[in-house]
Design a protein around this ligand. Structure first.
Ligand SMILES: *Cc1c(COP(=O)(O)O)cnc(C)c1O
Length: 398
């Protein structure tokens, strides 16, 4: 085993750094699951997570990862044979569509080059062409973690409304929740899907479905055969028993973690957390743009306004091995970054800047990356660190 001293820099786009406070909140014995203390805590947690989604609707919490939360949403609103529209954004839109397919749902995709956000005009055209109203839902990823691109939810909502289509708008906000502004109710999102291990700073293991009244009504009448995922049996108002809210014993320690993370976000303020992610995203991009001048790499996202605040995907030029780079960075510098996914496998790396991170963590990461470029003889433009520092100084009022 390689001995690595000092802190591991976990700059992956999930799982992310877990704050000590969150870890400590978990370090305790289990509680009586039906006792008044746990019931009060669970209820508070189920309420306190609503503002994170900016919704007054109910949020269901599953002992699952993001894939489970995907399946939960799909099984409540879709039946085998139903049709959905999936605007492609990258590997995650593809994987989510594949889950729907396995549930017997028919997928129509809108192709995308993974370098641009969803084009709302294409969504509108497809919906207008669907005169029979066959599409039951649009499955869109807000921040696509493979490409480092954030799509405009409001624009997609407007496209649906302009086409006069009744499909549900279902949005994966796993990589944007608590990192980038998301307003479920104001933007007319029917179902939002989240996970614990990204912006929420918790261990992997919780999946969320935030659901509005329209989606609840669809779920009450239809959906697929389901049990654990069923929103109906988890209803807080109908079931006084907290045991039912989690369809069995609650993942108590994950709830302890989540409650603490929600307190931390409350202390920081959601808008301040968004600003922090923007600052660190800008800082990262400033460095990458300087490196890119030597021609060996570039930002994957071509349109500046579409670049994600929580993750940056860097595309390497032909002939450079992104995996060798990633391994050396891990082995010699104890810095973990994400690799390229899907069609970007071996051709890209991804810097996560989401969750519990600050300026020195990003600067340390960027400096370590540059050192590995130097070791491997990967050409990079000069001035990346000064550009990153200047970007931070500007964000802090210089
Ligand atoms: C991480 C991620 C997922 C998958 O979550 P898992 O917990 O790995 O199942 C889905 N969608 C997006 C946008 C993600 O970033």
């Amino acid at each position: 085993m390689t001995v690595r001293r000092g802190r591991n820099f976990l700059q992956t786009p999930g799982p992310t750094n877990i704050p000590e406070r969150v870890l400590r909140a978990m370090h305790q014995p289990a509680w009586e699951y039906s006792g008044p203390d746990f019931i009060a805590l669970a209820r508070q947690c189920l309420y306190d997570i609503r503002p994170i989604f900016k919704t007054e609707g109910e949020v269901f919490i599953y002992a699952s990862n993001g894939h489970g939360a995907w399946e939960a949403a799909l099984s409540n609103i879709l039946s085998p044979g139903d049709k959905v529209l999936v605007p492609e954004t990258g590997l995650f839109s593809f994987a989510w569509g594949a889950v729907a397919k396995q549930l017997g749902v028919t997928i129509d995709t809108i192709d995308n080059d993974w370098r641009h956000a969803i084009d709302p005009n294409q969504v509108e055209d497809r919906l207008r062409a669907d005169t029979a109203g066959a599409y039951r839902a649009i499955l869109m990823v807000h921040t696509e973690t493979a490409s480092g691109i954030t799509s405009d939810i409001q624009a997609v909502r407007q496209a649906i409304d302009a086409a006069g289509h009744g499909a549900l708008l279902v949005v994966d906000v796993i990589a944007s929740l608590a990192c980038t502004d998301f307003r479920m109710d104001e933007w007319g999102v029917d179902v939002a899907i989240g996970g614990s291990q990204k912006g929420l700073m918790c261990p992997p293991g919780l999946g969320f479905n935030a659901v509005n009244g329209k989606a609840r009504a669809v779920g009450n009448q239809g959906g697929s055969p389901r049990s654990y995922w069923d929103w109906r049996s988890r209803d807080m108002d109908k079931n006084p028993e907290a045991y039912r809210w989690f369809a069995g014993t609650a993942p108590e320690h994950m709830i302890f973690a989540l409650c603490e993370a929600l307190v931390m976000l409350e202390e920081e303020g959601l808008e301040a957390a968004f600003a922090r992610h923007r600052r660190l995203g800008n800082c990262t991009r400033a460095a990458v743009e300087a490196w890119a001048t030597a021609g060996a790499m570039e930002l994957n996202a071509l349109v500046p306004e579409q670049r994600a605040e929580s993750i940056t995907t860097i595309r390497m030029a032909e002939g450079f091995d992104a995996k060798a780079f990633q391994s050396l960075l891990r082995d010699r510098f104890n810095v973990a970054v994400g690799g390229g996914l899907g069609q970007l496998d071996g051709k890209a790396f991804r810097i996560g800047h989401m969750g519990d991170i600050n300026e020195p963590m990003i600067l340390g990461t960027l400096a370590s990356i540059e050192a590995v470029f130097q070791i491997l003889g990967i050409p990079y433009g000069e001035g990346a660190l000064p550009a990153a520092i200047a970007s931070l100084a500007r964000a802090h009022g210089k």
